[in-house]
Design a protein around this ligand. Structure first.
Ligand SMILES: [Zn+2]
Length: 403
């Protein structure tokens, strides 16, 4: 009985072992694989054989991303013509960085001296950060990968992500158009090890078109981490929605950051206090100035983020979800922000500035009664677009002194 079972298993194994791909004409693919040298390179290797000299070998590859037309790249490995060739091509990531988790589809075309040609079947490789043993948690259109911290750490981050997606969908109608993978590194340092040219302040990166986010979240900074993943996810979903045949649209910064902060949930009390201070000291920044990248100075950055979130809330609460979706659609079609706003709301960015100032100064919670807050040290952390103040808050010591 056992012998019979073993023979059956053997027979099955033999049956399912993929045969060598052989062209009728006689070119054989002996071996093909891709090796990951994370984060610096991906090496494609091939061994092929024919009755005559192999004269041409070409690699074709595609990266899984949002595209209106699928782009196939080609590469020609070096080799000496011979009936049996073993060669490789190195994709040097210093020239075109791939983020961890990127999925690459590749195949080969091989030709010999008699003019025969073999095109191999496509294979898939995922450019993974093999330095860590990743665990995976998937809910709907979102997967979370992590290697440090308990299951409940990952569960809590996932809940924050799902709430961010629900909030965006309920209040703006926007949802992920492509599956999103979030890689949670245990620290900013680990994350920077995943990049070839890390910038000191990089705390998170998102490759929207690839549906990939990588972020450093220490296990003892879960509360900050929940906001940070929700924020990056917000950017990613909004950028996917506005991705156009001409590529990614550059949204006005106040709208982009405001929506990402809206995805985080309730305003951060610390940022709220900056908004209040700006109102009382007449230091509000105009909407038009906020359409450009924010100031790197921390005080102005705090006000910029807080104001952006408030502007987006004002638009959603007073003018509804459908208009926000409509605004994003018009921006995606290539309209300027002012054109799109006039069509949707009947006012442009200057009009928004006036209406929002009237609204915000009439809100009782923004009346004076301010406590002096000083930041003892700042070293800006960031999301991939610009500095994210909540990161700075988490990373630094705050001193709250009543006046
Ligand atoms: Zn941001």
């Amino acid at each position: 009985m056992t012998k019979w079972l073993i023979s059956l298993i053997l027979a099955t194994l033999l049956f399912i072992t993929p045969p060598i791909v052989r062209a009728q004409e006689g070119i054989s693919l002996i071996a093909s694989n891709a090796e990951i040298y994370f984060p610096s390179a991906l090496v494609f290797k091939i061994t092929a054989q024919s009755q005559s000299d192999i004269t041409k070998i070409r690699l074709h590859y595609q990266v899984d991303r949002m595209n209106y037309a699928q782009v196939t790249s080609e590469a020609w490995p070096d080799f000496t013509q011979s009936p049996k060739v073993e060669t490789e091509w190195v994709w040097d990531m210093r020239k075109a960085t791939l983020l961890t988790g990127a999925v690459v589809r590749y195949w080969w075309t091989i030709e010999d001296a008699t003019g025969d040609k073999l095109i191999t079947s496509p294979e898939i490789i995922r450019f993974e950060d093999l330095r860590y043993s990743w665990q995976k948690l998937t809910t709907g259109e979102l997967s979370l990968f992590w290697y440090k911290g308990s299951q409940s750490f990952a569960d809590e981050l996932m809940v924050a992500c799902q709430q961010a997606l629900e909030r965006l969908f309920e209040d703006t109608g926007v949802y992920p158009e492509k599956h999103i993978d979030i890689f949670v590194y245990a620290s900013t340092r680990d994350l920077q090890g995943a990049m070839i040219f890390p910038r000191e302040w990089t705390g998170g990166v998102a490759f929207t078109e690839y549906g990939l986010i990588a972020i450093g979240v220490p296990t003892n900074e879960l509360d900050w981490g929940k906001r940070a993943v929700a924020h990056e996810l917000g950017h990613t979903v909004i950028h996917q929605m506005t991705f156009s045949p001409y590529g990614a649209i550059v949204l006005p910064t106040w709208l982009d950051e405001g929506l990402a902060m809206y995805a985080e949930g309730k305003p951060d009390p610390y940022l709220e206090s900056w908004l209040k201070k700006a109102i009382n000291q007449q230091k509000l920044i105009s909407v038009r100035s906020l359409s450009s990248p924010f100031s790197a100075k921390s005080e102005e950055a705090y006000i910029s983020y807080a104001e952006s979130q408030s502007l987006v809330e004002f638009l959603i609460q007073n003018h509804g979800k459908d208009k926000m979706l409509n605004l994003l659609s018009l921006l995606k079609e290539g309209n300027s922000c002012d054109e799109a706003m006039i069509e949707v709301y009947g006012f442009d960015q200057d009009g928004l500035d006036t209406l929002w100032r009237e609204y915000i100064t009439s809100q009782t919670q923004y009346r004076p009664e301010f406590k002096h807050i000083s930041v003892l040290s700042t070293s800006p952390g960031t999301c991939s677009w610009i500095d994210m103040p909540s990161r700075m808050v988490a990373a630094n010591t705050l001193l709250v002194v009543p006046d």
